[in-house]
Design a protein around this ligand. Structure first.
Ligand SMILES: Nc1ncnc2c1ncn2[C@@H]1O[C@H](COP(=O)(O)OP(=O)(O)OP(=O)(O)O)[C@@H](O)[C@H]1O
Ligand SMILES: [Mg+2]
Length: 355
């Protein structure tokens, strides 16, 4: 057996209306690992999470947690707890009672409850706020109450469904770091659902990129960014321009592609043979822009924007357009719109996909 703590095996969920929300998904999560389901709206993230939690029953396949098959175990006996997008706090109960709720249901003693609630509030930075009502808290504080309420049950597996999407951008970023730090400090095993790639990158040991109920790629944040398995993943993670090219050579894991009038040898994902049309991923870090006339690819700066520490250029090379973001030094010159430049592409950072 593998070292899987949570094991999802060939799980399919077909709803009565015929929608196949999860389609033969298999995946293992290691103990102490944080894994994200990342993908566009409707790809099946929440459904897969609800299957793990026991709020939905798989049409076929098996789910195992800590060596036990879960399929027939009711949600409250699975050792999982879920943090929801809307927090789902009880509005009429104090912060203390919200956090204590799960312990009360389990008839934990008064003394033990107080001790554990205080500890949970301490973990999420809410000491002293136990007597407030949820409507007397900021969004970020409510979010922390929801996390404390889940943590206090000491779940074997913590499940998050877009828990930060109600917060503003700055707070969201801060809470990402907090949740990640807490998860690592306590050694919690967690599955985290999001459609926000930056959130998934910050929080996760590994990311499962989902599309139409299937896992398109499973890997570490760096791996899925630098070596996307499909064009969909390349497009969904980070920013990239895709340029059309034609395969002129194919050998092992490299292809020679005619691109912008040049021949370039680059990594390839998927099957490409000589003569095939390719789509080439061009990320900003693959592009060097030079103002000197040289042997680079001629291009024109069609648009130039300063976006705080970064300059964003829309470059036109013949009939093609590519968007490139480059860091700016304080006081450095931003290229002017209309300027003629030369581009050099770093072939090792390009990636060819079947068109
Ligand atoms: N109870 C249901 N009955 C029928 N179809 C459903 C049900 N719940 C979800 N679906 C469908 O299953 C698919 C996956 O839904 P799901 O909620 O898992 O997506 P998601 O990835 O979480 O999306 P979002 O990012 O918008 O939350 C969608 O097509 C959705 O309409
Ligand atoms: Mg969802």
């Amino acid at each position: 057996m593998s070292d899987a703590f949570l094991s999802i095996r060939e799980v399919t969920k077909r709803f009565p209306n015929g929608t196949i929300a999860v389609d033969r998904v298999s995946l293992d999560v290691r103990e102490g690992e944080m894994l994200s389901f990342l993908g566009p709206s409707g790809c099946g993230k929440t459904t897969l999470l609800r299957l793990i939690a026991g709020f939905e029953v798989p049409t076929s396949g098996e789910i195992w947690l800590a060596g036990k098959r879960l399929d027939t175990v009711p949600p409250n006996r699975r050792g999982t707890t879920m943090v929801f997008q809307g927090y789902a706090l009880f509005p009429h109960l104090s912060v203390f009672e919200n956090v204590a709720y799960g312990l009360r249901v389990r008839r934990v003693s008064r003394e033990d409850t107080t001790r554990r609630v205080e500890r949970a509030l301490g973990l999420v930075g809410l000491v002293g706020l136990g007597t407030r009502q949820p409507n007397q808290l900021s969004g970020g504080q409510q979010q922390r109450v929801a996390v404390a309420r889940a943590l206090i049950l000491e779940p074997a597996l913590l499940l998050f469904d877009e828990p930060l999407s109600n917060l503003d951008a700055k707070l969201r970023e801060q809470m990402r770091f907090e949740i990640r730090a807490l998860q690592q400090r306590l050694g919690i095993t967690a599955v985290y659902v999001t459609h926000d790639q930056a959130e998934a990158m910050t929080l996760s040991d590994r990311i499962a990129v989902m599309r139409s109920g299937r896992i398109e790629q499973l890997g570490g944040p760096r791996e899925i960014y630098e070596a996307p398995a499909t064009r969909f993943v390349a497009d969904f993670i980070g920013r990239a321009t895709f340029l059309p090219g034609k395969v002129a050579e194919a050998a092992n894991d490299r292809v020679g592609v005619e691109l912008l009038g040049r021949m370039m040898r680059m990594p390839v994902a998927g099957a490409l043979a000589v003569g095939d049309a390719a789509q080439v991923m061009v990320r900003s870090e693959a592009v060097e822009i030079s103002e000197d006339a040289g042997d680079g690819i001629p291009a024109v700066v069609a648009q130039a924007n300063f976006v705080g520490g970064l300059a964003q250029y829309m470059l036109r090379a013949g009939e093609h357009a590519l968007v490139v973001t480059v860091p700016t030094e304080p006081g450095s010159i931003i290229l002017a719109e209309g300027a003629s430049v030369r581009l050099r592409l770093r072939p090792e950072l390009l990636r060819a996909f079947p068109a």
